[in-house]
Ligand binder design. Sequence first.
Ligand SMILES: Cc1ncc(COP(=O)(O)O)c(C=O)c1O
Length: 411
Amino acid sequence: MQPESLMMSYGYKPELSEGAIKCPIFQTSTFVFKSAEEGKAFFEIAYGLRDRKPMEEPGLIYSRINNPDLEILEDRLSLWEQAEDCAVFESGMSAISTVLLEFLKPGDLILHSGPLYGGTDHFIHYFLRKIGVHALEFHAGQNRDEVIDTVKDSGLAGQLGMIYVETPANPTNSLIDIGSCRKIANEFSAAGRRIPIAVDNTYMGPLWQHPLKLGADFSLYSATKYIGGHSDLIAGAVCGSKENIKRVKTLRTLLGNMAGPWTGWLLLRSLETLKMRMEKQAANARVVAGFLKDHPKVEKVYYLGVLDERDGEQFEIYRKQHSSPGAMLSFDIRGGEAEAFRFLNSLRLIKLAVSLGGTESLAEHPATMTHSAVDRAYLRKMSVTEKMIRLSIGVEHVDDLLHDIGQALDK
Ligand SMILES: Cc1ncc(COP(=O)(O)O)c(C=O)c1O
């Protein structure tokens, strides 16, 4: 069966919850053991003190270690991602930082794509650097040999510990070839040591891009965005192999940055409508992009659906890696910051706010908002200038969106 058919039931047994059709919120810090022997057995499994016996299930102990809302949510997210396992967190940043902390150590090199989400960029360049992790950047358009040479020239090739990729990049929608990253990782992998690839899949997943199938080891999410989908919660997730997620969950237990039961329950509810929401958002985005592309006040549209053969490798990656152009787009307005601000201040239906992926459409100005902490010269090089506006398209009637954008552009 398809994931959307299973989101209402998968992993939940009504008979364990008084027959309730919906999974209740297990708003509890701790769980009662039937006996001391049972408590001992649960801890032995949770702490890896012995292997599980055939048919032995890990028991519920304490909500920092496990909780039914989170476990069912993780099983359901794994279905979308076709992953062996998943771990959910209290934010996208906690999912990202936990994976980086678990799989990198002082002296390692992280090779990452650019531009990155501001929080990730800051974590890599300020926090990881402070604990002795080196960083090297590559971007869309660089060919594989060039990237391999950059790693070799850094003198740190032997210490390459992870490749971290954000694709499509926020806010430019530029694409990185995940399969090609696997080949780069393999080039530096010594026998028995696989260099992991982590992909921030927030923009496209879990519907339209499946990084694990393309050679990545981790698919990371700000679940605050499409997965949550209603701009009413903060959460994160990571999907991958059982072995890798076990390591992630161990560190999560120690850092205590798992999502709470209430957030888990809200996400379960969100997953029931995930596909409908995302498909409607993508259909709206296609119309909005077409409108912007032909508008005299618009200089350029950054949207995967406008790519064609003339865009060369970017178009090839889009065709190979995605099943939809998604619902995120940016555009350059004719003018600069003043014109961009006038447009943003004139919107009536679309709200001026950061974040993305929710049911309501949002607009923001990356250069002075989400990416304001990133070096100006670097942003310019990445085409993120004062004239760029980012739109996250929601589920409204598309005619109302066009009307709102049209009247704001007229101003
Ligand atoms: C692409 C991307 N990754 C990660 C994050 C961080 O997620 P959170 O805000 O849920 O911590 C964001 C937040 O905007 C994002 O846009």
